[in-house]
Design a protein around this ligand. Structure first.
Ligand SMILES: [Ca+2]
Length: 308
């Protein structure tokens, strides 16, 4: 279809495709949106489905709003030259979301982000990500990720940005947070099998390894799991610790020029550790306590200034 689709309203739109130069509004009032929605020269302003979105949404420029009232996202959402404004669904996010520039808001009211989903802001910020349940996929932004809020689940996936503002969840469990500047990380539960890396950049692939990894200086402002346990995990600034996951990476055990950690809080540490873990920084680790005891190196648990 050439030209502009101003308003396309149907009760259900289970398959096929809708393609036009510009698409203003697609509204599926009762069922799933299973069709692919594609704009070829301009934007896609609004896509709404009552239930699941299972088709792919692809805009030649930007996408303003994608919403599902009672369903999840199972297709991919791509803006090829512009931003993605708001993407909000009720259920799980299991598709990939990629913006050529920035993303303002990603939200799941009752679900989480699946392990195979990757959300990418290629040249800009990913401002706000909020979910009810676990964030298992990857979040990567070229610049800032301002806020990640997981209300009742864990973070088990990987997050990469130049700066991460605030992160909150129940547990960090098998997670990687990677940014030159990491602000405030707050857990209601535990920090298990995870990496909070201020300075070690896992790159836009959102995972350890590959040509996009880079060791540089970095800072971590605050990591708090006030009632939780810290086990088999690493809070590290300007340094890539050696661990079962980092063995074989060229920078494992290497330090950059600087790295500081301002605040760490947790209630207890791993009672049965089997490899070195802990808190590492190049420049400074502000003194902190575990329970009533000053935190210090104790067997496999390390509190260490490294490099230099
Ligand atoms: Ca990588």
């Amino acid at each position: 279809m050439a030209g502009t689709v101003k308003s396309f309203q149907v009760n259900t739109f289970a398959g096929g495709s809708l393609t036009a130069d510009v698409i203003k509004t697609v509204k599926v009032k009762q069922g799933d949106l299973g069709a692919d929605v594609t704009s070829q020269t301009g934007e896609i302003a609004t896509v709404y489905a009552y239930a699941d979105i299972t088709g792919n949404i692809t805009s030649a420029t930007f996408i303003k709003t994608v919403a599902s009232k009672m369903g999840g996202l199972y297709g991919d959402v791509t803006s090829q030259t512009g931003e993605i404004g708001s993407l909000s669904v009720y259920g799980n996010i299991n598709g990939n979301i990629e913006s050529a520039t920035f993303i303002k808001k990603i939200a799941s009211k009752a679900g989480g982000i699946g392990a195979d989903a990757k959300i990418t802001a290629l040249h800009g910020d990913l401002l706000a990500v909020s979910t009810y349940d676990t964030l298992a996929g990857k979040l990567v932004a070229d610049n800032l990720i301002k806020k990640i809020a997981v209300k009742a689940g864990d973070i088990t996936g990987n997050v990469r940005a130049a700066t991460i503002g605030s992160v909150s969840a129940i547990n960090l469990d098998g997670a990687i947070l990677s940014a030159a500047e990491i602000g405030k990380v707050t857990l209601k539960g535990n920090i298990l099998d995870s990496y909070i890396l201020g300075g070690y950049d896992i790159g836009m692939d959102g995972t350890f390894g590959g040509a996009d990894d880079l060791l540089q200086g970095g800072n971590i402002k605050s990591v708090s799991a006030a009632k939780g346990q810290f086990a088999r995990s690493f809070i590290s600034a300007g340094y890539l610790p050696e661990s079962p996951d980092t063995i074989g990476l060229p920078d494992a055990g290497q330090a950059a020029d600087f790295g500081s950690i301002s605040k760490v809080v947790f209630a207890s540490k791993d009672p049965n550790p089997t490899f070195d873990y802990g808190i590492f920084a190049v420049t400074e680790i502000k003194p902190f306590k575990i329970g009533k005891e000053p935190a210090q190196t104790d067997g496999f648990f390390k509190v260490e200034i490294v490099g230099g």
